[in-house]
Design a protein around this ligand. Sequence first.
Ligand code: AHR
Length: 337
Amino acid sequence: MFSTKRLVSYAVLFMALLVVIAACAAPAAPAPAPAATAAPQAAAQKTYKDMTLCYPQLGAESDWRTANTASIKETAAKLGIKQLVFSDAQQKQENQISAMRACIQQGVDVIALPPVVEDGWEAVLTEAKNAKIPVIIVDRSVSADPSLYAAHIGSDMALEGKRAAAEMNKLLNNQGAILELSGTTGSGAAVGRAKGFREDLNSNIKILDSQTGNFTRAEAKPVMEAFLKKYKPGTDFQGIFIHNDDMGIGAIEALKAAGVKPGEIKIVSVDGTRGGFQAMIDGWFQADVECNPLLGPQVFEMALKLMNGQPVDKNVLTNETVYYPDKAQELLPTRQY
Ligand code: AHR
């Protein structure tokens, strides 16, 4: 018969066998239930391919504007955005407002607005804000409350005016009289340049007259012709401050027709277009204050940040300089506009 010791060993073995069989037969442990408080999934970042951007361009009044339009269109194509809704308001604020309203209706992602004038934007900016469409003010400024738009990208127009005054002070040795051919009345560019210019112009230089040429060659020429009927070049005035190169080119046509020779009247212009560089080479402009229209890359970069709810700088100013005749010939081939 079995010894007690052997019986105990058999019993232990039998028990172990039972444990193994029970373990194999047990149902699989249920998968852990998802945690009731799982972290919310981060919203997918939007890309340029998701972007519909509205650009109600103010017009096509100057070479500067043509370059600005090209910069926006070329950048949109290069980045491969979903849609660029572009329109030309022909220098009329009501056209820009209608274009903005159509964009709000369409539900675009971002509106980038180059405003023709400073005032009168409150209503449409409020409509965009209520529709949760961020607006970037591009180029010129608006007088509306900054809470109504996301940011501004463009030039410091008052600084441009101050730079022009510094050049005029040097050219006239801080004395004499000048004329001013101003930009579009009520535009941020004209208001800012006129203000900065007056702040820094030497008090011994008198502004004899100031008229608008609406930033165009066609409108500036008759204004200059009218000036020349009223004031004798060299005697009544020695200099002209002109708010953009296109108006400068229109003014040159009138000056030439009146028998004025390049350099007899000191001209300070603004923009730094190829036309302005040629006017410096030809001896008509003695300085050209830069205003850079190539804003496309900055506009789209900011628009993407806004689409993704990221913070942006409220006022992004363009870095600019002053150009002179001595480098004009060398720099002309490098000019992009
Ligand atoms: O707002 C920028 C100004 O507008 C440029 O100086 C001028 O050429 C354009 O028409």
